[in-house]
Design a protein around this ligand. Structure first.
Ligand SMILES: Cc1cc2nc3c(=O)[nH]c(=O)nc-3n(C[C@H](O)[C@H](O)[C@H](O)COP(=O)(O)OP(=O)(O)OC[C@H]3O[C@@H](n4cnc5c(N)ncnc54)[C@H](O)[C@@H]3O)c2cc1C
Length: 400
């Protein structure tokens, strides 16, 4: 059935973490919203799946992200109250690095030290604990004895599929038209608006928000964006525990552990979530960019989890067996300096691009949705200024 030409104030392309938040907040402001997704979110083809995402508020990636994380925690709780869903578990999070806190993570040098600095500057409750003390409190983790250990009790994890579903439900409740299984093919500028052509019809609006995750450069047809972002396949593994009770969220926190000087000498893990099995552990690999998001596959051989065991888990996490219960692949969309790209396209004022990944976007996405709605409504949005697209051409040159 053809969609015909439907009119809206804002069209949102993509309903993952970022797009579902944008659609919700735009509709909540009373704007007429049509939101499209090529798949049926929540799904496992993009970046917003895998049962859990770390959320923390002292953001070692940079102080610009801290206000987003602070606001996002309030919003996740509001969404829980409105939907009755449990989205966020504040299990606490450990960030573990070298003795001087100087390990790299997500392309950021001195990640632990920057985390501690952000916690102090923004008054975020935290503790610095000795490795001995950390070993006593969290006996499933084995410390060498020379680590810097940061603990943030208000940090924890989000349930990504539930967050996406909840925001789509709220967008609908506020009047947004949600169309899934429909692919946006082209965005055309018109005299008084934009036209989005899909595989099922045409939509016209004043503005369009492109929150297409790993597909962002394809649909936006922006050469600078295409030259600036790359996509990478990442893998997550769930290992069988000896005693699941040891990894219950009340006892076992989320952790990020940088154990060496190399960019890939780190991993992260989660407690076992209610109703699930297995201790989820993952790392980051940047061997080969994906030729495109459609090249992503969920086929993962046993060698990948064995590598994870040997490279990271062995000698550091006790109480997990070498039996991998399941694995899942997911896509990172990396921008220069692991940053976000959010703002009006400098060449096309009616197009707002939202590429908030670089491996750390989920926790912030609720706040990003609210800020993008303010931007679309014409309000000044200073918190998004650090993520603007103005520097894209410079970034693209630097990357080439
Ligand atoms: C393995 C992994 C671990 C991560 N861990 C963390 C973490 O611990 N903490 C954290 O904060 N962040 C984390 N992240 C990052 C976070 O998950 C991402 O930043 C976030 O999910 C990105 O969401 P998105 O909406 O931009 O993209 P997506 O979720 O991929 O959504 C994009 C949507 O657009 C749709 N779409 C694309 N093209 C079109 C089109 N032409 N027409 C219609 N629809 C279209 C797609 O179907 C998709 O649903 C992690 C990411 C991965 C992959």
């Amino acid at each position: 059935m053809s969609a015909g030409t439907q009119i809206a104030d804002v069209i949102v392309i993509g309903l993952g973490a970022a797009g579902s938040a944008c659609a919700y907040h735009l509709a909540k402001r009373g704007l007429r919203v049509i939101a499209l997704d090529r798949h049926h979110p929540p799904h496992d083809k993009g970046s917003s799946h895998g049962e859990s995402r770390i959320t923390r508020q002292a953001i070692g990636e940079g102080d610009d992200y801290v206000p987003l994380a602070l606001r996002a925690h309030d919003l996740w709780r509001e969404i829980e109250a409105e939907t009755g869903e449990t989205l966020m578990l504040q299990t606490g999070a450990l960030v573990i690095g070298g003795i001087d806190g100087g390990a790299a993570h997500l392309g950021k040098q001195d990640f632990v030290r920057k985390t501690i600095g952000a916690a102090r500057r923004f008054g975020i409750p935290h503790e610095l604990i000795t490795p001995d003390e950390a070993g006593r409190r969290f006996p499933m983790l084995t410390f060498r004895g020379d680590e810097t250990v940061y603990f943030e009790p208000g940090a924890g994890l989000l349930r990504p599929e539930r967050c996406v579903a909840a925001q789509i439900a709220l967008a609908r409740r506020h009047g947004a038209v949600i169309r899934t299984g429909e692919t946006a093919l082209k965005i055309l500028d018109e005299v008084d608006g934009v036209r989005v052509t899909t595989d099922r019809g045409d939509y016209c609006a004043d503005q369009v928000v492109v929150a297409a995750g790993p597909w962002v450069s394809g649909i936006s047809e922006d050469d600078r964006l295409a030259a600036s972002v790359s996509t990478y396949r990442q893998m997550m593994h769930w290992f069988e525990p000896v005693d699941p009770a040891e990894f219950a969220p009340e006892r076992f926190p989320v952790f990020i552990w940088m154990h060496g000087a190399g960019a890939e000498d780190w991993f992260y893990g989660f407690p076992i979530l209610p109703g699930t099995t297995g201790v989820k552990i993952a790392d980051e690999r940047f061997d080969e960019p994906l030729p495109g998001p459609e090249a992503q596959s969920q086929e993962i051989g046993p060698a990948a989890s064995r590598t994870m065991l040997g490279r990271h888990i062995s000698g550091r996490v006790s109480g997990v067996t070498d039996r991998c219960l399941r694995s899942s692949a997911c896509i990172y969309t990396m921008a220069p300096d692991s940053r976000f790209l959010i703002g009006r396209d400098p060449g096309r004022e009616r197009v707002i691009l939202v590429s908030a990944c670089s491996g750390h976007g989920f926790k912030h996405s609720a706040a990003i949705g609210e800020l993008v709605a303010e931007l679309a409504a014409g309000d000044p949005v200073s918190l998004l200024a650090p993520f603007g697209l103005e520097t894209l051409s410079t970034d693209a040159r630097r990357n080439s």
